[in-house]
Design a protein around this ligand. Sequence first.
Ligand code: SF4
Ligand code: SF4
Length: 475
Amino acid sequence: MSDSQQAPSLYAAREPVFPKRVYGRFRNLKWLIMAVTLGIYYLTPWIRWDRGAELPDQAVLIDLASRRFYFFWIEIWPYEFYFVGGLLIMAGLGLFLFTSALGRVWCGYTCPQTVWVDLFILVERWIEGDRNARLRLHRQKKIDFRKLRLRLTKWLVWLLISVATGGAWVFYFTDAPKLAVDLFTFNANVVAYTTILVMTAMTFIFGGFMREQVCNYMCPWPRIQAAMMDTDTLTVAYRHWRGEPRGKAKKGVVAEGQGDCIDCMACVNVCPAGIDIREGQQMECITCALCIDACDEIMDKIGKPRGLIGYMALKDETSETSGIAPVSPWKHIFRLRTMIYTGLWSLIGVGLMFMLFIRSDIDISVSPVRSPVYITMSDGSIRNAYDIRLRNKHGEAHSFAMVARSDVPMQLEVEGEDYGTVTVPADELRTIRVYLTVPDASSAANSKVTDVRIWITDEANGDRAHADTVFNGRD
Ligand code: SF4
Ligand code: SF4
């Protein structure tokens, strides 16, 4: 096959994106969200929370060794994983809610990839200059001292941010101040160093070099978001009916018969996805609204009303094009679909809160020993054995008095204890063997099963909990 007959290449090299600095209300909102989210991420492991002498004092801690999740005053045990499940469902519903109301608002403002890319671009701009300077540096083939100095400085700052990001991650899994000392004195576990290394590499590569490619090629969300959106969803759009036919303004004046778009490319130059919103809705658009700020600034300069690019529902586009006034944005946000999502979200939230408040700090579960089901003692009495698990969620050891309640009297003995009192260390689950015995003549001895309720009473504060089981007779 000759050169001229060869099929065109299906591969297009990536065009690096160098977003220009922009000023405006959405940019300010993004700065604020960036400061808050990064602040939460980096500082949370350092917040202390007193839970008593025997429990960790880190406010947010995923304690894998003890299989506990601590969140301020809340402590989640492994058997309470439904709380985490509930929170995940709430997070999913929250994403559905915000996407159906405001499109990819999560991607544009709060997704970690967006936040870190924004931070890395900020650093890049500080060191290498705004868009044009960065473009010049990128196109400069010769690597002179200046280019080398700027590149190395930028990569060094990126690397420091990446290490801090990886470091902050491991602090969520163990006591942060102690781990920090261990890390710097090379006494930390190899898992900690490996995790930091992996997280550092991911932050450095994803935030510094891959940027919008992570959103376009690695993240599944852009592909499934369409299912969450409808004609009422508010998303960033270009008012083509107002902007077209576009054309250059002469000395800041738009010619007669020309649309409001002066083809200045400001909206394209600030876009972190490197797209032109005037070409319509695109999968790459993360709805960050920076093009709105850029275009509003231009409209102010040429004396045209703001909003050539703005948040708009597809429905409004149709009505605006036909000259009908658009409905209030609130009507798009508060509609049946978003109400249903909000209702479900609130229902699960209230349910979790309710479960959280009614759960007890002590807990008991009983498993009857099945082999043998019962034994006959030398005096003819019948004895059943049970494995009882006592859970003490307090920050100090508590003693529990244990009694058995049934229609017939039963004698309760705790293996290894003289009395029916058991001490459970702070924040622990203790398993004990308990025996219930009835005399030969007792109806329980001669029945197949007799219902029994085992009560525990916390001797420190009188809190009670119980578990039901059965006594197996010889019948
Ligand atoms: S087109 Fe506008 S809203 Fe979409 S990613 Fe680019 S700047 Fe952000
Ligand atoms: S910023 Fe506004 S005026 Fe400039 S090209 Fe974009 S849409 Fe047109």
